[in-house]
Design a protein around this ligand. Structure first.
Ligand code: DLL
Length: 435
């Protein structure tokens, strides 16, 4: 059964949705033109005024916004309202340079809570649930984003934040959480620690997982579902657009429904900027059409996905995006071959003798790129007479080579020897950058 939050909106016909998007886009463009010098200048450079933007078809006339534009206007230069109307600030998890700062008005916080509530409802979360939130609280949007959405649904919210995994497990058990919200890599960490605490999934009441903030594969999803005894849902979002709540799996769990009445999605060729037709893979671009403080226009996410406008079996008509394959800036080019860490993850996790904990190390030796994958083995390797460490390494190597077309050195390492993550996992060490 479909769990709608706002059935009327979630089942709009494509024409009705386009009409609504067009009206909201027109109003937003006028507002940013009048209130954000950065946007009026960019539009003047392109020779357009708000009068040129009337329907969704006019979207392609507008300039793109890049992460660097937010950094250049750090911290508050791209806000479209005076600071007295900004009631909350978050920042995106930048690993280099200045963080990207985002702001919310009172209405934006209402919109955000409503978006997240809609996502949670599509995973079947209700007022009867106990929602354990292990996303970090703070400048990161994960914790507070899920928090207010879950409260809006009426669920009982346990605001634990990340870290102290032993305590997380105690609380999960004692408070009887039915929904776990955290990154997929942290969900696996919790599953591991459950075992070490002498507990099993049957000691917990979890039934739903709301996982996101980093790329993860179908194979990883199957492992988490098995180990924690829940149904895992993918939630996507980014601070610049609103935080978590931009798109979400429904109970069909095929792709993610974009909340397109708030965020218009496009897929473009990342090199040329050209808009690609439905079904083609490219970079996701979003335009915010209901935000007040930071309504970004054609924001380049760097995330790689595909859009599909077919009505879903759940009854929702909102366009769907494929699970994000990775960020274009996460793509590693090894001897000329483009590889996403998620593709390596897919291959590795098909093998039962290894754990879903791995690290990808790229280096350059004698001018040649070399790829090493370290992956934890599990105890089955010792009980299985036909498998030795060497033979498992060999099979993994062959599998990577035949699936991805690149050779790799595989190093099986001891169980629990790789660094665990409590937030977004770091999967790649590219030593070539230091040359
Ligand atoms: O990660 C917001 C979020 C919090 C989403 C909690 C879901 C759950 P940022 O820190 O700004 O915001 O990072 C945004 O994370 O551009 C993607 O590259 C990646 N990302 C987010 N969700 C997913 C997902 C939050 N479900 C960046 N699958 C985005 C793959 C994701 N990548």
């Amino acid at each position: 059964m479909a769990h709608y939050w706002n059935k009327e909106i979630e089942t709009l016909s494509r024409e009705e949705l386009r009409k609504l998007q067009g009206e909201r886009l027109k109003a937003t463009v006028r507002r940013v033109y009048e209130n954000v010098p950065y946007y009026s200048q960019r539009m003047k450079e392109k020779g357009i005024t708000p009068d040129d933007i009337n329907t969704v078809d006019d979207l392609c006339k507008l300039p793109f916004t890049y992460k660097t534009d937010l950094r250049d206007n750090y911290p508050f230069g791209t806000f479209a309202v005076p600071m007295e109307q900004v009631v909350r600030v978050h920042a995106s998890s930048g690993t280099t340079g200045k963080q990207t700062v985002v702001g919310y008005t009172k209405n934006d916080l209402e919109t955000w809570a409503d978006c997240v509530a809609r996502c949670l409802a599509s995973a079947g979360v209700t007022a009867n649930d106990v929602v354990h939130i292990a996303y970090g609280y703070g400048l990161f949007t994960g914790g507070l984003g899920l928090h207010y959405g879950a409260e809006r649904v009426g669920a009982t919210v346990i605001p634990v934040s990340g870290g102290n995994t032993a305590r997380q497990i105690m609380l999960l058990k004692d408070f009887g959480a039915t929904v776990l919200c955290c990154t997929p890599s942290y969900a696996l960490y919790i599953a591991d620690e459950l075992k070490s605490a002498g507990l099993t999934k049957d000691d917990l009441k979890l039934r739903v997982g709301i996982f996101g903030a980093e790329p993860w594969t179908e194979e990883m999803k199957a492992q988490i579902e098995e180990r924690l005894g829940l149904k895992a849902y993918d939630i996507y979002g980014l601070s610049e657009i609103i935080g978590p709540g931009v798109s979400m799996n429904c109970s069909c769990q095929k792709d993610l429904h974009v909340l397109a009445d708030h965020f218009i999605p496009e897929i473009i060729d990342p090199d040329t900027g050209e808009v690609l037709p439905e079904g083609q893979e490219g970079e996701l671009v979003f335009t915010c059409i209901t935000k007040e403080a930071l309504p970004l226009i054609r924001y380049r996410t760097r995330d790689i996905s595909v859009l599909n406008y077919e009505k879903c079996e759940c009854g929702r008509t909102m366009p769907r995006m494929k699970k994000v394959r990775g960020r274009s800036d996460d793509m590693i080019i090894i001897r000329g071959v483009n590889v996403f860490p998620s593709q390596i993850e897919s291959v590795l996790l098909k093998h039962s003798q290894v754990e879903p904990h791995y690290m990808i190390i790229v280096d350059r030796v004698n001018n040649l790129d070399v790829l090493e994958v370290q992956i934890e083995m599990n105890d089955s390797i010792f009980s299985d007479k036909v498998s030795s460490i060497e033979s498992v390494e060999r099979r993994l190597r062959q599998d990577i080579e035949s699936t991805l077309g690149i050779s790799a050195k595989i190093r099986l390492v001891e169980n629990r020897s790789l660094q665990r993550s409590e937030g977004k996992a770091k999967r790649v060490i590219d030593k070539r950058n230091i040359y």
